[in-house]
Structures are given as C-alpha cells and as structure tokens.
Design a protein around this ligand. Structure first.
Ligand code: FAQ
Length: 324
C-alpha cells in the first residue's frame, strides 16, 4: 500500500521529500513505488486524467465523419486515427492507475463533471475539411504540448507520451496531406479549407491553457518537473511552427496582428477570446452537452461488455486454480 504523508514522522518525511526533490532536480524519473508528495500525486492525476479524457472525447468530432468519408482510402485513414486516439486514452488511463485511482473512478468523475477534457473538442466538425484541420492544427498543437511531456518527471506518464507522440506525428501529417490535396482541387474545396482554418485557429491556440499570468498550476507543475514549459512558451512555439506551414498550404491564418518580429525572433500574434475559453471550460461551449451525453450513452451501452469481461476473468481464474 502507498505510504501517505499522514503516516510518517516529520524527520522521515523531510528525508523522503529531499530524496524526491533531488530525483526531480536531476531530471530522473519518479516511479509508482517511490514516495511522492500528495500534491504531486494529485496534480498528476488531474493532468493525466484530463489528458486521457481528451483523447476519448476527442474521438467524437472526427468519428462524426467516418461514415461520410469521400473515399475508401480516406475512410481507412480516419478509422485508424480515431482508433489510435482510443489507444492513447487507454495508455493514459493505465498511467493514472499507477497513481492509485481506477479507470472506473476516473470515468465517473468525467461523467459527473468533476474532471475536465480539452476545450477544443467542444467545437463542431462541419465539413470534411475539418478532419484535415484537426490533424494539422489540433494534433500539431498536441505535439507541441506533448513532446516536452516525454521528459516529464513521472515515469509511466513520460513513457506513454513517447509512444503517443510518434502516433500524433502521423496524425498531423495525414491532416496536412488532406488539406494539401483539397488546396490543389477546386475553388470550392479551397474555400472549405479556409473556412475550416478560420474556425479552428483560435480554439487551437486555447488548447495550451490560459496565459501564464492566469495559470494557477504552471509554477508548481514546473517545479515538480511535470510540465517542462509554460503555456505561453508552447503557444509561441506552435505559432512559429505553423505560420510557414500555412504559407506553404496557401491559407491565411485569421489574425490581423500576426507578423514576424525581427527583434524577438518570433511571430507576434493576437490573443484568443479568453472569455470564450472560460465559458467552454465551464461547460457552455457549442458541443459540451452533446459530447458528455454521447460519452455517457457509450459508457452505459458498454456495461454488458465490462460485465462479460469480468465474468470471463473470474471463470478463467477458477479454472486455472482447479487445473493447478
Ligand atoms: N481545456 O493552470 P492551468 C489531443 C484548465 S490531447 C480545458 O494552466 P495546467 C490529442 C486546467 O485543467 C489534448 N481545460 O492548468 C488529440 C485548469 O483547471 P483545473 C489534451 C483547460 O494543467 C488530437 C485550469 O484550466 N492535452 O489533443 C485547458 O497547468 C486530435 C487552469 O489552467 C493535454 O491534456 C484546455 N485547453 O495546464 C485527440 C496535455 N487548459 O484542472 C483527438 C496535457 C487549461 O485546475 C484528436 N496537459 N485548462 O480544474 C497539459 O499540458 C496541461 O494540463 C494544460 C493546462 C497545458 C492543458
């Protein structure tokens, strides 16, 4: 059983804390059996569970288009991507389970509105171009945010992120390739791409979280090595990475303040509508209710599968015991 702060005397706790801080300071990994401060464990559960829920809820906007993909090839690609997202959710739930909380509990917290998922998945997918834009911008933002998380201080989370990032790179490229194909098509297709980019640009910037000055968790999470960069640093990295890709694609990013700043060596850009972000995170975005209702329905519809799997596991254990 995990040792909690309440069960150990103050001297021993100080020593454990020093050892923990030294491990984090050397950029070594904290592993599930290591002692950790309760706040560290709680922060990880919050962040990793939110990440896992995002992957699972994130299957819905693109899943909306599987039955309407324009060709067999596009359908196979989209199916594979959405299945990868399910896999990412499962690696991340497994990483969270090593912190002493079960997937069942996490799912219940999501469905009760006590845990969050990324704001981006509360926006609708209105055209097939959105499949490409999600790959390019949403997976692109996810990669920017997640590559540094491969070096996060908690071992199971960092190892899950290595595999996830490899797959996210493929997702980003498939999105870009789809948009490139549409941009080489008809005027109508080019207009669809531009309209889709206009809708997703600002929500993609919001994925990195609130500005640093309004981010209550960043300083603590960085001191613990959970996060490696601030929200604003990663947002800037994403903008700098995306502007030349937009030029190559031939689309305009919908920000009149976007321009290269020679002195800073970075692009200047405008601020997203942070009031809209707050509303979406609070549950008042365009698709929040629909996403959670769908997730709840899928969970209820899957009850018989969970019961059957449990019954099978119990019967197999009895049979194994009898055989030995
Ligand atoms: N949406 O103090 P901070 C993907 C909350 S995966 C909703 O800055 P923190 C793959 C935050 O939780 C996308 N809530 O928080 C894919 C906190 O509230 P709390 C998910 C947000 O944790 C692609 C409060 O605001 N990725 O896209 C958001 O230090 C395509 C204050 O914020 C991850 O989860 C938001 N955007 O930094 C799948 C990456 N931002 O919890 C399908 C891992 C902030 O105190 C299709 N997570 N909040 O009640 C992280 O890096 C961090 O958790 C941040 C937030 C950067 C998201």
């Amino acid at each position: 059983m995990r040792t909690t702060d309440a069960e150990i005397d103050p001297d021993a706790e100080r020593e454990l804390l020093e050892r923990f801080e030294a491990t984090v300071g050397r950029s070594d990994r904290i592993e599930p059996r290591d002692w950790m401060p309760e706040g560290y464990r709680k922060t990880l559960v919050r962040q990793v569970a939110q990440h896992a829920h995002s992957e699972i809820i994130g299957m819905q906007p693109e899943g909306n288009w599987i039955g309407r993909a324009p060709s067999l090839r596009r359908k196979a690609i989209l199916l594979a991507k959405v299945q990868d997202e399910a896999g990412h959710g499962l690696y991340l739930y497994s990483a969270t389970e090593t912190l002493g909380v079960s997937r069942q509990e996490l799912t219940e917290m999501l469905l009760a509105g006590r845990q969050k998922y990324s704001s981006i998945f509360n926006y609708p997918t209105l055209s097939y171009a959105d499949v490409g834009t999600i790959g390019w911008l949403v997976d692109g933002a996810a990669i920017c945010n997640q590559v540094p998380l491969c070096r996060t201080s908690y071992g199971p989370y960092g190892r899950a992120m290595i595999r996830i990032c490899k797959e996210e790179s493929f997702h980003q490229r498939q999105g870009y390739e789809l948009l490139m194909t549409m941009m080489r098509g008809t005027d109508e297709q080019r207009a669809m791409v531009q309209e889709s980019v206009n809708r997703f640009w600002w929500p993609a910037l919001m994925m990195f979280g609130p500005p640093d000055a309004d981010s209550p968790n960043t300083a603590r999470s960085m001191a613990w090595g959970i996060k490696r960069n601030t929200n604003d640093d990663l947002r800037q990295r994403f903008v700098d990475m995306t502007v030349p890709q937009a030029e190559a694609l031939g689309v305009t990013l919908p920000d009149p303040d976007l321009r290269w700043n020679e002195a800073r060596g970075h692009h200047d850009f405008g601020q997203p509508d942070w009031e809209e972000f707050t509303q979406v995170v609070k549950g008042n975005g365009p698709c929040n209710a629909e996403r959670l209702a769908h997730r709840r329905r899928a969970h209820e519809d899957g009850a018989w599968v969970r019961e059957a799997a449990l019954a099978f596991a119990e019967r197999s254990a009895v049979q194994q015991e009898k055989a030995s």
